[in-house]
Structures are given as structure tokens and as C-alpha cells.
Design a protein around this ligand. Sequence first.
Ligand code: 8YV
Length: 328
Amino acid sequence: MPTSKPLVVVTRKLPEAIETRMAELFRVRLNEDDQPFSREDLVRAMAEADVLVPTVTDRLDAAVLAQAGPQLRLIANFGTGVDHIDVGTAHQRGITVTNTPDVLTEDTADMTMALILAVPRRLVEGERLLHSGGWTGWSPTHMLGHRIWGKRLGIVGMGRIGQAVARRARGFGMAIHYHNRRPVHPDIEAELEATYWESLDQMLARMDVISVHCPHTPATYHLLSARRLKLLQRHAYVVNTARGEVIDETALVRMLSAGDLAGAGLDVFERAPAVNPKLLGMDNVVAIPHMGSATIEGRIDMGEKVIVNIKAFADGHRPPDRVLPNLM
Ligand code: 8YV
């Protein structure tokens, strides 16, 4: 890293306060009109930047990283998930990668809980009915959904966000079950009265709601495969605020269409921003455009983390949120 201010290229428009602070601290190239970078834009940016600040919309694969100039020393991702970055290749090339953990946990858990409530209680369907002018009045059997209280929630991936969802779901009277590579600390398990399932298959077969909270890695790609989705009970709901790739979306659509699942709440999609049109036509699907962490407070916190990581690195220190290849 040069001793003068590093050149920081930011690929998307960030909150005003963050861009202002970045401009005070670094030489910055901002993306005023927020047009996503093409592959060529990324390669051009990496030929000049000392620090690249990408987001989930930038695919930094081995081929793109191979074209990085020798001056590029830090990729300070604006976001927690790093599945769009080939972290292994970056490290081989001596490029440090950082992310923004913790600060979006509560917002993402809130949105997850909103979906867990919205789908079984037919919230969006009811709202659409009212807006369409189609409501003719109350009836004892109209718009009946399903109760959440007392139901079993199966959390796939009991990291920070999984635990934050469990805390909320407890408040709504749900029984907490989870699958994780290993059990969480016994104190956390006790606090959440959570039941650990070593076998994902066995857990899936017994839950009323499944919520996905693991990162997308080669090991979790299609973790909820066609075979595993078939293990779910017909009355089960699937919620995903993690990454679309963790669920075989084609199989999910097939099962929803066939009535083999009760519904889904989806914030993420396998081929985002493309969304399977069949999903959008289903009343029992609530689909939102990757809004899990979309609060202004959260975005500012994320930006501040990015700044701390860049500043530490530029000052010759170890940035706090380094992502190591073997931790992916
Ligand atoms: C972010 C996310 O908005 O941080 C993550 O991993 O999924 C999102 O909530 C996005 O990734 C920003 O790059």
C-alpha cells in the first residue's frame, strides 16, 4: 500500500455520509449513478485501484482477479457474504479480503421474522386483495392462514443471524430446532431451548417452517436439493434470506406448484436479479428483492466497517474483518 492516500474504487453508490467520509480519508472514485459494474468495468477498476470496494453485484472470480494490477492489495467488501469473491485466488495473489459482519445481523433477522409471519398469515395476499378492490367484507372462513405459535422452526445454519432469528421466533412461541456443522455453545442452546439435529435430513422431515441462514459455499450449494426438499412435510414453509444458491430453486418451484409445500418467503434467488416468473404468480409465495439488510442504519454501519478496514490496512495494521479462505 502506498504511503500517500490509497485510491479506493467503490463499485456502487453508498450512503452520502459514508461517501463523504471516504472522500476525506482516501482518494476515491465513486459510482454516482449506481450503474452496476460490467466485467470490463471491474477489470479496469482493478488495474488502477489500491483498494476495491465491491458489493454482492460484482463477480470477482479467478479470471477477473487474474487481471488485477499489482497495486491492488485490498478488497474491502461492502457486505458480509463473500460468495461472489474467489477469496482463495485473491489470497494467492496477495490481496487481502475483508467483509462487514455483525452489523446486519439484527436487520436480516427482522426481515426473516417478517417472512416467517407473512407467508403463513397470508399478509401480502390480503394486502393485494384489499388494494385490488376485491374485498367484500369479513367472513369467518375468509383468508385463513396458519398459526405460528407452537410450531417448529428448523434453522439451517446457526451462526449470528440464525441465532438472532431464533431469539425472535422464541418470542412468537416457536420451538427452535437447528442444523449446523457443530452444536452451538451449550449456554446459547439453553437460552434458546434449541434442539440440535446432526442430520439435516431428519430435521427437515419434522419441521413446520425451515429458515436458511448458512453462507453459500461450494459445500452448501443446493444444500436444500430436490431430494431434501421432498423430505419436508406438505404443510411446511421455506424461508430464505441467506443466498438463493443454497436452495435448488427449480425444485422448490416444482414442489410449490404441485402443492407439496405450503409456501415460501424468499429474499434471495438463485439467478438474481432474475426471479422465476412462476414464483411471482403464486399467492403462497412472498418474494422481496434482497432487502434483508436494507436499512439506512445498517448500510451506514456497513460503510463504517468498510472504512475501518481500509484505514487499518492503509496504516499498516491488520484489518479487523479479514476473510480467510479456509473460513469460507
Ligand atoms: C448485503 C448480504 O446487502 O451482506 C450480505 O451478505 O447479503 C446483503 O444483506 C449485500 O451483500 C451487500 O453487498
